[in-house]
Design a protein around this ligand. Structure first.
Ligand code: AMP
Length: 290
């Protein structure tokens, strides 16, 4: 695997691969790579001839009081993790390569970004959409791999790619969890042992709601209430939101009648964590194919 820092080097490697007839895959990341990121890279390796991992801690998606300056950075470890998952190229641009002096353009996806994380992070998705649009233009991938862990981000990028005619297929990848259920996240390394234990409330709350759903519960308030009850039981956890929304449009729902996203965000100590699950009602018998 090769490591490059400039767009010119990236383009020359991607052009060479494309002229060999390879399909180009990309997994955009902010580094501090873990098995969740590696699942994206492995999937890209299976489906593409040339796999690019991008590593850029994007300043424009952090709010003023968020963790940009202390976000974990480990280029050597990330290079090893990318190579072992099968990447061909790691692109790690410095900030000025992505945002040259005088940079003045942004991409905004309306609607989808208003709720869920957009409510407490009002500038976040504009930063995400802008940097992903730029990375798509830099890499020019055929396929781009994103985790369902950041479900709202995935929907925002799908919409942006469709609305702006990016010739790229967005490939969603399932959430990778620790053995005890905690969704893997670069931010998990901030957690003290007590906070690490408390953080299990997110996946356990979602698990409680999933169990209710399996028993036939379809009422959003009851399902959200099951998550809240678990989170509120731990004083180290400060809930940001628990919401049940349509899995496609992200519009709030009162009942689960179509695939619904049950999403949670909470602060555990000073660390903000997110998790989600998609609840899929079985098709009614009348909907079955004959
Ligand atoms: P990040 O480095 O946090 O910006 O994440 C880069 C990509 O990895 C995004 O598409 C995330 O959704 C994905 N990702 C992060 N954590 C996980 C996980 N636990 N399971 C699956 N994908 C993940």
């Amino acid at each position: 695997m090769e490591l490059v820092h400039t767009t010119a080097e990236l383009r020359s490697r991607v052009c060479a691969a494309r002229s060999r007839g390879e399909i180009i895959g990309v997994a955009p990341t902010m580094g501090a790579l873990h098995a969740g990121h590696q699942s994206l890279i492995r999937r890209a390796r299976e489906e593409c001839g040339f796999v690019v991992v991008t590593l850029f801690v994007n300043p424009t998606q952090f709010g003023p009081n968020e963790d940009l300056s202390r976000y974990p950075r480990d280029l050597d470890g990330d290079a090893r993790a990318s190579a072992s998952a099968g990447a061909d190229l790691l692109f790690a641009p410095p900030p000025e390569e992505v945002y040259p002096p005088g940079y003045a353009t942004a991409v905004t996806v309306e609607g989808l970004t208003a709720g869920l994380c957009g409510r407490s992070r009002p500038t976040h998705f504009r930063g995400v959409a802008t940097v992903v649009a730029k990375l798509f233009n830099m890499v020019q991938p055929d396929r781009a791999y994103f985790g369902e862990k950041d479900y709202q981000q995935l929907q925002v990028i799908r919409r942006m790619a469709r609305d702006l005619d990016f010739p790229v297929e967005i490939v969603p990848c399932p959430i990778v969890r620790e053995p005890d259920g905690l969704a893997m996240s670069s931010r998990n390394r901030y957690l003290s042992p007590e906070e690490r234990q408390a953080a299990l409330g997110l996946s356990q709350g979602l698990g409680a709601a999933e169990a209710l759903f399996e028993q036939g519960e379809r009422d959003a308030a009851a399902l959200m209430g099951a998550v809240r009850a678990v989170l509120e039981a731990d004083s180290l956890v400060r809930m940001d939101y628990v919401e049940l929304v349509d899995a496609d449009s992200l519009a709030p729902q009162e009942r689960v009648e179509a695939p619904a996203l049950l999403a949670v965000a909470a602060h555990v100590g000073a660390t903000r964590l997110i998790d989600n699950t998609v609840l899929r009602p079985a098709p009614e018998s009348g909907d079955l194919e004959p």
